[in-house]
Structure formats: structure tokens, C-alpha cells
Write a protein that binds this ligand. Structure first.
Ligand code: PHE
Ligand code: FE
Length: 295
């Protein structure tokens, strides 16, 4: 892609210097094809019809407030007016996945990186890397929620710290992101709801995560989640359930440094394990589970 790349500068203890490319580009809005806009409209319509009663109300409210279904691919500049006024977050366009420390730096500064390109019409149901639909439709609506917005920033700061501590700490933290931001469920007074971006951006998993008898649905516990491996190639074998975004924010507030040290002494749990100490909402019947190793 020959979109312009900006190399940004950063205030560090060595002064105001270019530290690394942040991966940020201009959203090349004029270059989207008619097909690109149609793919957005198709995916939007499909999820918008499926998600009421499945996604949590905070997510649905965000979708409406941004006007994500006004027709065609949204302009980040327009969304940023709404987002900036609400929670001070800003969307930045990127080519794709970023190095961990670059991603954490964005989040720590309330910038959310969104892949600018969208999948092809033959990839509506599955894609191995995040595209515009996953990043924007999946992640951005909840950035309008003040508690979730603060959680994401805290996660970015925690990421910088984990990165400095080492790869084991980083793996523990990545599992937390996976089982909350990407694949989290929330237990509301109206029933079990979805808030994870990886679920709400997938038609199949929006149904499976709530309706299938296969996976476990287990109450969120910080150390439980940080010590549990996960699947990147299939639907999840276990979903972790929070009671509220406040609970998630409070539970992740303590300094993780001693927790990382403790977890390093213990073996990780398999993705599908159920422990005696778990608060089990539903125990999966394990039908259709892959038997090869987890990530
Ligand atoms: N409290 C964590 C730490 O000290 C940071 C963090 C906050 C991580 C929120 C994830 C989510 O490392
Ligand atoms: Fe994601």
C-alpha cells in the first residue's frame, strides 16, 4: 500500500525524539471501492439484526450513537468528533497488527488503532487477521462507555509495564485481553450478553457464544483468566463472564507485578479446563472441540 506513513515524535526521558513509527496512516477514504462499501453495509446489517438481545446495551447504544449504519464505510474523522467529545479517545488508521509496545502506547494515550482496509466479499464469515469491520464495529462502540474507555487505557499502561517485565508477563496480560476485550461475556439483569469485539464482529460466534452447549461459561477471575490458554483458530472453549464493567476495572486495578511473579511458578490451564474453584454458569459438553494444543 502506498498510503502515507507518519513517523511520530515522542516525549521521553531522552528528550523529544522519534522513538518508533506508530504505524499511523491517513484513512484513504476516497480509495474505497463500491464493493468495499457494500461489504461494510452487508456485515453491518447482518450484525445489527442479530445483536439486539445478544450484545450488551452499552454496545448497542454505542453503535447507534456513532451512526455506524448510515451507509457505507464511516469516516474516522466524523466518528472522532463523537468519540473525542464523549471519552477523549481518538481512532487512528493503521495497516494492521502493530508490535506490542506500539499498540500499548496507542492505548495508553487513548488512541485506538483501526485497520483501514476491509475484507473481501468471500471473507464475510472468517478472516485470520483483524480488518476494519472487526476493529471498528467490534471495538469502537464500547469506547463511548466511560468505564470501559478507562479500562482500555489502563490496559495500555499495564501493557508497557508487562512488556518491560518480560514475555511471561506479556502472555498473562494478553490472555486477559483475549478473554475480556475480545471474547468477554457480561451477566446482566436481562440475561447473559456479549461485549467482546471478537464475538460481536462474528455472526457465527455471536450465536455460538450464547447458545451452544459446547463451551464453558465461567465467572471472571483475574488470575484464573491470566493463567488460561486460548484458541485462535476455533470458537472459544471457555468464555469468562463479568458482572459489570466496574467489576472488571476494579479487579484489574492492583499492581500486577507480584501476580506475574506468582503465575510464573504455576502451570497454565488448558482452554477448556473447569476448576473446582470456578463459578460455573454453564459447563460445556465439549462436543466438537479440537483436541490439538491451545495457544
Ligand atoms: N493494574 C495493572 C498493572 O499494574 C494494569 C492493568 C490495568 C492491566 C487494567 C490490565 C487492565 O499492571
Ligand atoms: Fe480485536
Amino acid at each position: 500500500m502506498d498510503t502515507p506513513r507518519k513517523v511520530e515524535h515522542q516525549q521521553t526521558d531522552r528528550g523529544y525524539v522519534p522513538v518508533y513509527a506508530t504505524g499511523v496512516v491517513e484513512q484513504p477514504w476516497a480509495s474505497y471501492s463500491k464493493t468495499d462499501h457494500e461489504v461494510w453495509d452487508t456485515l453491518y446489517k447482518r450484525q445489527r439484526e442479530l445483536l439486539p438481545g445478544r450484545a450488551c446495551k452499552e454496545f448497542m447504544a454505542g453503535v447507534e450513537r456513532f451512526g455506524l449504519g448510515d451507509g457505507g464505510i464511516p469516516k474516522f474523522a466524523e466518528l472522532n468528533k463523537v468519540l473525542g467529545a464523549a471519552t477523549g479517545w481518538e481512532l487512528v488508521a493503521v495497516e494492521g497488527l502493530l508490535p506490542d509496545e506500539v499498540f500499548f502506547d496507542h492505548l495508553a494515550n487513548r488512541r485506538f488503532p483501526v485497520s483501514w482496509w476491509i475484507r473481501k466479499p468471500d471473507q464475510l464469515d472468517y478472516l485470520s487477521e483483524p480488518d476494519l469491520f472487526h476493529d471498528l464495529f467490534g471495538h469502537v462502540p464500547l469506547l463511548l462507555n466511560p468505564v470501559f474507555a478507562d479500562y482500555m487505557q489502563a490496559y495500555g499502561r499495564g501493557g508497557m509495564k508487562a512488556f518491560a517485565i518480560g514475555p511471561d508477563a506479556l502472555m498473562n496480560l494478553t490472555r486477559l485481553y483475549w478473554y475480556t476485550v475480545e471474547f468477554g461475556l457480561i451477566n446482566t439483569s436481562e440475561g447473559m450478553r456479549i461485549y467482546g469485539a471478537g464475538i460481536v464482529s462474528s455472526k457465527g460466534e455471536s450465536i455460538y457464544s450464547l447458545d451452544s452447549p459446547s463451551p464453558n461459561r465461567i465467572g471472571f477471575g483475574l488470575e484464573r483468566v491470566m493463567s488460561t490458554r486460548y484458541r485462535i483458530d476455533t470458537y472459544q472453549q471457555t468464555y469468562f463472564v463479568i458482572d459489570s464493567f466496574e467489576q472488571l476495572f476494579e479487579a484489574t486495578h492492583p499492581d500486577f507485578t507480584p501476580i506475574y511473579a506468582e503465575l510464573k511458578q504455576q502451570p497454565a490451564h488448558a482452554a477448556g479446563d473447569v476448576l473446582d474453584s470456578d463459578r460455573v454458569f454453564t459447563r460445556g459438553d465439549r462436543v466438537g472441540w479440537a483436541t490439538n494444543a491451545d495457544t
